[in-house]
Design a protein around this ligand. Structure first.
Ligand code: CTP
Ligand code: MG
Length: 173
């Protein structure tokens, strides 16, 4: 049976928080000088591994923000919803950012520049990463995965346009 939309939103929340935190901190003037790329500018087969859009700053901020999200969720558990812990939330945050980096790796190896759109992949890369990492700690049903994808698409779409309007993102996707 499919879970309720709110139950899925509750479960996927740390992944959303991690993904947006990675983008949000890029707009903080105080962190402007901390933009070292995760791949340190290294190349593989003549192409950048992840590119300049994947920074340690974003990775660390994303995992920290997901952990904080998990702490709040643990404090206010909702009956019938998945029990969220800081450990699970940080794992999902890390998974979200690793999923995003896997996509960047595929883009770079395909010769696509930073910010090049990949329909659906741009929206769901981090959901797959977060769900996969979560699955290493707790059972994650196929229904949760499918519903997370469907719920994330419109939310991500709107959030990205807002981030682009306030100049946090260079492209509206
Ligand atoms: N970001 C970051 N570090 C990460 C992930 C994201 O600093 N680990 C920030 C970057 O400022 C990035 C923005 O979040 O530009 C948006 O992420 P995304 O859309 O995934 O990156 P793109 O710049 O579009 O690059 P790519 O083509 O590699 O997806
Ligand atoms: Mg991405």
């Amino acid at each position: 049976m499919f879970p309720s939309v709110l139950a899925v939103v509750w479960f996927i929340m740390p992944a959303w928080v991690a993904n947006s935190a990675a983008i949000d901190v890029s707009g903080l003037p105080v962190l402007k000088n901390y933009s070292a790329p995760v791949d340190f500018g290294l190349k593989w087969r003549g192409k950048r591994i992840f590119g300049d859009g994947k920074t340690w700053r974003g990775l660390i901020a994303g995992v920290l923000a997901a952990t904080a999200c998990g702490m709040v969720q643990q404090q206010y558990p909702i009956h019938g919803y998945h029990l969220m812990t800081p450990a699970l939330a940080s794992m999902m945050g890390l998974g979200a950012l690793v999923g995003d980096m896997v996509e960047s790796f595929i883009k770079r190896q395909s010769g696509l520049a930073r910010g090049h759109p990949l329909f659906l992949m741009d929206h769901l890369d981090y959901i797959f990463g977060a769900m996969f990492f979560a699955w290493t700690m707790v059972p994650v049903s196929f229904e949760y995965l499918i519903m997370s994808c469907f719920i994330t698409l419109p939310v991500h779409f709107i959030a990205n346009i807002v981030a682009w309007i306030v100049k946090l993102k260079k492209k509206p996707w």
